[in-house]
Design a protein around this ligand. Structure first.
Ligand code: FPP
Length: 251
């Protein structure tokens, strides 16, 4: 039995289905402020942030956007109060365990990028299970950057390429963009077409430094927990108004 999509599930008529981004990246900023404005502890903002992320994933699926990459924890986030870091690690673990069955039902393929070996063992185990179980799913490709830093990713790629040169596997001349990207965590993912950052900050914050080279950047004052379908709709409308030239001139 097929269910008729509700109005909210359908692509809004003012969006062009042929010009949607294939890969959307999000910097989910403003959880702490959202909680603060309501007199709640910061961690409540993170909890609410998970709901907003789930809603965005559903929206991408409904509107035909095949890839979403979310910045969940940066290499710099370890500098937050230890209770907040511990809360986030436990939250990631619990959410993964809780949502696995639904990700299977919805055919989400989840993967994590970043220096995962520095995460708590129990979280690493949960990540391994989720990645393995969902590996053959055919729906949306969902990438979670956790203990991720763009500079660290580039350095890691350099070390790995230098090792190949040292071992005589390749010559220095063979290092081009294509080879370089194969050494990034995101080797088999397309570069983001659109980067969304919530809460008004105009920064990339060490996120996907190589991959964002030609992404359209959209910043909204909306705080992450409030980022809903209508906010995403606005972001996509703005994206479709942009003239993407990739350094060339318009034909
Ligand atoms: C930034 O807001 C948000 C984070 C550092 C955490 C984001 C994580 C989630 C929403 C959970 C995702 C869960 C999974 C399993 C992928 P902030 O704390 O910097 O807010 P502020 O700038 O207002 O202080």
């Amino acid at each position: 039995m097929t269910t008729k999509p509700t109005l909210l599930q359908q692509l809004p008529p003012d969006l062009d289905g042929n010009r949607l981004p294939k890969q959307v990246a999000v910097i989910m900023d403003g959880n702490g402020r959202w909680a603060g404005q309501r007199g709640l502890p910061r961690v409540m903002g993170h909890r609410k942030g998970v709901d907003a992320l789930k809603a965005l994933l559903r929206c991408c699926r409904d509107w035909g956007i095949p890839g979403l990459t979310a910045y969940a924890f940066s290499t710099e986030n370890w500098g937050r109060p230890s209770e907040e870091v511990a809360f986030l690690m436990t939250l990631f673990e619990r959410v993964l365990r809780r949502e696995l069955a639904e990700m299977m039902r919805e055919q989400v393929r989840i993967r994590f990028v970043g220096n995962l070996s520095a995460l708590p063992d129990s979280l690493q185990a949960e990540i391994a299970v989720a990645m393995e179980e969902t590996a053959n799913n055919t729906g949306i490709e969902f990438t979670v950057a956790t203990n991720y830093g763009g500079r660290q990713e580039i350095l890691r790629a350099c070390r790995s390429i230098a090792q190949q040169v040292q071992d005589g596997e390749i010559t220095a001349d063979a290092i081009d963009e294509q080879l370089f990207r194969q050494h990034l965590y995101t080797a088999d993912l397309p570069d983001p077409d659109l980067l969304i950052r919530t809460s008004g900050e105009m920064r990339i914050s060490n996120f996907l430094l190589w991959q964002l080279a030609y992404a359209e950047i959209y910043v909204t004052d909306t705080l992450w927990p409030d980022f809903d379908r209508s906010a995403f709709h606005q972001a996509l409308l703005a994206y479709q108004k942009r003239d993407r030239r990739f350094g060339k001139i318009r034909e």
